[in-house]
Design a binder for this molecule. Structure first.
Ligand code: K7E
Ligand code: CUA
Length: 661
């Protein structure tokens, strides 16, 4: 197995197709001489030189591993997609907020994580995942953890990248939804979860006529403990914000380390009500010419929280708005019309905000923000939050095109911004020192994408050291790009080559994804990921990431009874379970533990019991325990749901449930 990133990067600038063909032809199993087979195939398929260049840049022979891995939000599937780059192959779906039967998540196992995500005792069986965030060390991805937010229910999940499994779901009880999450601080001290639609705190009732007094915005700073691999809710805190609709957030880095930036919409505080003759939300929310960039001093907020400045509400620590203002924790700066993204440049010195209804991106200088704060703001908003004058904090505005949304960065001093209305990605130069001062703050070029692009992701493109090379456009509409699948069409993820300077960019690959809808994604160099090949020891409990004391080693299997409580201890190995018969009584409560004692890579066993809605995936070394009440009498065949061996069909057994007389 080899990675071909080095080969690829060496070839990226080679315009000469023959060179590419000579290099890659042998791997394709064809001759690279003139008139050879591949050339006639290319010409019969009508492929252009550009098509062939795209093909050789993305074709990944069997057994060759991708140099990059993209973690893409699964949108309302509630999951995370793991995609290799540049092959654009879907490697895995990680079950997060939604039960997933192949992984046995929520069908006997994984239930404890889904239970953590319950709200008011209600099991939520989906999520609207938007923004994945890889854990960082010194502002660079470290490949250890992944976080993702659920916009619909305001929850945040923690995924351990040793086994790519969800370990925790947390929910701030004061707030229902979120959007500005998840984003991590440069050493993953905090996972930031910004709010979205203003609500009365704590799920209380208040009429919309009380909007300005009773509704509030929110941002939550979840404290992450790397040792336990869990968010520590007791050390986490929220901050009350005015009832604007806070949108995306990003954490400062390097010079701006310790600060957090969120954009917002609806500083108009529109409450809709089109049916009562009010302006519809879309008009009311975008009536004003500016909204507010939220500038939060997280480090100072942490001190205020630790010295008792927060109050406790419904078990959550929250810094009230007046305390935040008194302690200079929160500042605003105007941002042009209906902003969406705010993204911090690699050196932490600039914040880029895009107004959806403004053809410019607005670049803020962190130094100017600090100077304006030191000079003392002279204005406040209606809630007393200091407002910094736009002219005093703005570094540049760059006209890019229609509907700018989200910005990423590369290693050449360029920024990339998605243009939703133009269905394009713009490349522009950062004019500041350390980027491309020779080019100034200027649009370099745009590339059409198909269509209606939301987020874009470049390789490590939101870290202190972006890698460049590739960018993926996550497009909402595919329209005519693929065979028709009826009125519901796939989303279209497009891989774009950004290795060339200036205006040159090329779409290399279209990846339809029949699950929607991915919003943001992050792309990490694959050599930073070190997942286990099998669980470290036989009997491993992935929930605790340690050996389960109840693990079933061969020779310790059996069925025992204590009153109506039955304990089943079972081992699984190709191609049998031990024991193969389990005889119980209707009405018994059953606690059933299975250990997959395999040490071979990919030797996975499933375990399904019909009627009882149980399906497990038991990976090599894993121990799973599930419980159920034997409500239904009869004979139930259990079987392995992974085709694990030639005698896989024989990997089965009978559960005999005697009826109560
Ligand atoms: Cu623009 Cu939720 Cu980040 Cu979708 S968001 S695109
Ligand atoms: Cu084990 Cu099939």
């Amino acid at each position: 197995m080899l990675k071909y990133s080095k080969v690829l990067l060496a070839l990226l600038t080679a315009a000469n197709l023959t060179l590419l063909a000579l290099a890659f032809g042998p791997r394709l199993g064809v001759q690279a001489q003139e008139g050879s087979d591949w050339q006639s195939i290319a010409s019969s398929r009508g492929l252009t030189d550009a098509d062939l260049r795209a093909a050789v840049m993305t074709y990944t022979p069997s057994g060759v591993l991708d140099p990059y891995v993209m973690f893409a939000s699964g949108g309302h599937s509630g999951q995370v997609f793991v995609i290799g780059l540049p092959s654009m192959r879907l490697l895995r779906t990680i079950a997060v907020f939604t039960p997933e039967p192949w992984q046995g998540y929520g069908y006997g196992a994984g239930n404890e994580v889904l239970a953590e995500g319950e709200i008011s005792g209600q099991r939520i069986t989906w999520g609207d995942s938007h923004h994945p965030a890889l854990s960082e060390t010194n502002g660079d991805y470290d490949g250890q953890f992944l976080f993702i937010g659920d916009k619909a229910n305001g929850r945040v999940a923690v995924i351990d990248l040793r086994d790519f499994e969800t370990k925790q779901i947390v929910h701030n009880p004061l707030y229902l939804n979120d959007h500005g999450g998840t984003f991590v601080t440069p050493n993953t001290e905090y996972v930031v979860e910004g709010g979205q639609y203003a609500l009365p705190l704590g799920g209380q009732y208040a009429p919309l006529s009380d909007y300005q007094t009773a509704y509030r915005g929110m941002i939550t700073f979840w404290k992450f403990n790397r040792e336990t691999g869990r968010i520590d809710t007791a050390q986490s805190f929220a901050m009350e914000l005015p009832p604007y609709w806070q949108d995306l957030c990003d954490a400062g880095k390097l010079v701006s380390d310790g600060w957090v930036f969120c954009n917002s919409i609806n500083t108009e505080m529109a409450t809709g009500g089109i049916e009562s003759g009010n302006p519809p939300f879309e008009a009311g929310v975008s009536r004003g010419t500016t909204d507010y960039l939220h500038i939060i001093n997280l480090r100072a907020a942490e001190q205020v929280f630790q010295s008792g400045g927060a109050v406790e509400m419904m078990g959550m620590n929250i810094i009230p708005l007046d305390i935040a203002i008194q302690n200079n924790l929160l500042f605003f700066a105007p941002e042009p019309r209906s902003p969406h993204g705010v993204d911090v440049a690699p050196h932490g010195d600039y914040m880029v905000a895009a107004g959806k209804l403004d053809p410019h991106v607005t670049v803020y200088s962190f130094q100017k923000i600090q100077d304006a704060i030191a000079a003392g703001p002279t204005e406040t908003d209606a809630y007393g939050v200091p407002v910094l004058a736009l002219e005093s904090v703005m570094e540049a505005q760059v006209e890019l095109g229609l509907g700018p949304l989200h910005t990423q960065f590369d290693n050449q001093g360029y920024a990339y911004t998605s243009l939703f209305l133009d269905s394009a990605v713009a490349r522009w130069s950062l004019g500041g020192e350390g980027y491309r001062p020779q080019d100034g703050w200027a649009l370099q070029g745009t590339i059409p994408v198909q269509y209606n692009v939301g987020h874009i992701a470049s390789a490590e493109g939101d870290t202190v050291s972006p890698n460049g090379g590739f960018l993926v456009a996550l497009n909402k509409w595919s329209v005519d790009r693929f065979l028709n699948t009826g009125p519901l069409l796939p989303q279209n993820l497009q891989l774009i080559d950004i290795t060339q300077p200036g205006a040159t960019m090329q779409v290399l690959y279209d990846m339809p994804i029949g699950s929607g809808e991915p919003h943001y994604a992050q792309i990490i160099a694959s050599d930073k990921l070190h997942p286990w090949e099998v669980y470290p020891e036989v009997g491993w409990d992935p929930h605790t990431q340690s050996v389960d004391p109840n693990a079933v080693l061969p020779g310790t299997e059996g069925v025992t009874r204590d009153g109506t409580n039955v304990t089943v201890r079972m081992s699984a190995v190709r191609s049998h379970y031990t024991p193969e018969h389990v005889e119980i009584q209707q009405g018994d409560h059953v606690t059933w533990t299975i250990t997959n004692v395999e040490r071979a890579r990919d030797a996975i066993h499933g375990f399904a019991i019909p009627v009882y809605n149980i399906n497990l995936s038991i990976e090599p070394g894993e121990t799973v325990t599930f419980e159920f009440d034997a409500t239904q009498s009869g004979v139930f065949d259990w079987y392995c749901t992974e085709f694990c061996s030639a005698l896989h069909l024989e990997m089965a057994g009978y559960m005999l449930v005697q009826p109560t007389p």
